[in-house]
Write a protein that binds this ligand. Sequence first.
Ligand SMILES: [Mn+2]
Length: 430
Amino acid sequence: MTFSISAEFIAEQNSKKESHLAEDHAALGRQLARRGVDIEAVTERAMDYAVAVPTWGVGTGGTRFARFPGPGEPRHVFDKIEDCGVIHQLTRTTPTVSPHIPWDKVSDYSALRQKAASHDLSFDAVNSNTFQDAKDQIRSYKFGSLTHADVGTRAQAIEHNLECIEIGRKLGSSALTVWIADGSNFPGQSNLNAAFDRYMDSLKAIYDELPKDWFVFLEHKLYEPAFYSTVISDWGSSFMAASELGPKAKCLVDLGHHAPNTNIEQIVARLIRAEKLAGFHFNDSKYGDDDLDSGSVDPFRLFLVFNELVDAELRKASGFNPAYMIDQSHNVTDPIESLMQSASEILRAYVQASLVDRHALALAQAESDVLGGHLLVKQAFITDVSPILAEARRRKAGAIDPIGVYRASGYRNQKAQERPASTTASAGIV
Ligand SMILES: [Mn+2]
């Protein structure tokens, strides 16, 4: 029998905060009513929002220098599902899990699917991995995978992606996310165009095998581990590839995969216009692909991304159906706490963006009222929507204060007893 947090415990913890929450929600409701916003409608939007959690996110991450394992880490994907279940149980915002192959490979996928269902979870996009060598793999990815100069290595990488699709079908997934580490570290190491041509050949082979209702998400990244050139380095390369492949190929935006100061919200706007926005890997950063918790460094940028997303949603932009995922590495925090906090901050940005008076904003823009337009966006951002987030969780039997309830439950200590320390737990940054 493994430890789990009971519904009664959550209700008992919530009961200590319910009357204050009701006061705060009512006060915010009166404030929003003066702005012509119905807090009930916004609270319902918050209840409907969902973002996927990556299975690799519940393990402690590391840097290229070291990894400092925490107590009670998941030992395998079944443990990971338990931890993902707690995140959803307390936040009620993360009903799907994004698996990673081969890290989450098992012999019985229907058992894995059942395990997930027992935690009210289902599976989101499957992530392939050709950025490291799997055990017993014949050819190495040291010098590339889907774009390797050697045709046999490319065939092996294609085969791995087809296997991911097969596993994804068994798990009820409907998308494959492809990120490759391929690129070069030295000028002259690789022919920049030939590498892209090989990428297209490999992706076509994968695309042709996609089930009818599936998508392939192409994830670009500026640099790392290749430091001179990366084959799919930016949204332009990703968009070129997705356009050439066809309607089932779309561009995935990982917030950490751009040069510092890049206007990511504008990239998002362009991809929406082209009907090529696959979705997101949410995280935050200060310098590069830091994979810090969403909203921890630059919550305004996260809000501005959601400002574009909510704009597209409300005007019913054609082909707009982004997949939302978190992709972070938790090196110095409890991963469950970081993921709950991140899901909450992503939801916060969505709710704040829902408060923008879009009619007034369009008028300000039409009249070139520069500061007027800016203030309308800023007003939404500075509104403290915490009572809406907490009330949305409470109404769905989640925790008013997820991290407080998690800490009070003693879950981590319980898992430290149940899960003897392992040195092989995989964690990664993609
Ligand atoms: Mn990513």
